[in-house]
Ligand binder design. Sequence first.
Ligand SMILES: [Zn+2]
Length: 197
Amino acid sequence: MTKPALFLDRDGTINIDRVYIHDPKLIELIPGAAKSIKKAQDAGFAIVVVTNQSGISRGLIDKNALPLINRRVSELLQDEAGASIDLYQICPHAPLDRCKCRKPLPKLVLEAANQLGLDLSRSAFIGDKLVDVGCGNRAKCAASILLRTGKGREEEHILKVGGRQIPAESRPSFVADDLAAAIDWFLASSKNLSNKA
Ligand SMILES: [Zn+2]
């Protein structure tokens, strides 16, 4: 039996985006995020964070601090709503490193799916950037959702002015105000899918 999952970006999706979060003290959850993650877990979804942290390659984030920063995210999610993250998948590279794991490449999603036994056809990717949407689409998730938190409004604007120049793989299934709205939308639409099946 494989499990569906929510693949979540971290900064601007779960916690408030700040330029290069290098200290656990800088983590502040977006209102409603913890509760909505718990709701998805209760509905049987695994929760995987997939995050580009180029600040490591640039020397702006100490790679030993990153696990502590992620632990702080988990701690706050647990304290606020009893929510937890099954796996953190991190790309520490900058674009010029030309690695194989930086979003929008789907490698970290595919690895997590193998490791945890996840059914991507019943899973969603949710984030505040078009690279998140691109990553979910390339991994063939059921839905790739763009949020208006973090950088999302600027990204939505790029979608609007870009028109037909925006490649199909960067187009979201849905645009939601925040993580809570995205999870509500996806849980409702996956219920419809299973009713039809
Ligand atoms: Zn990488």
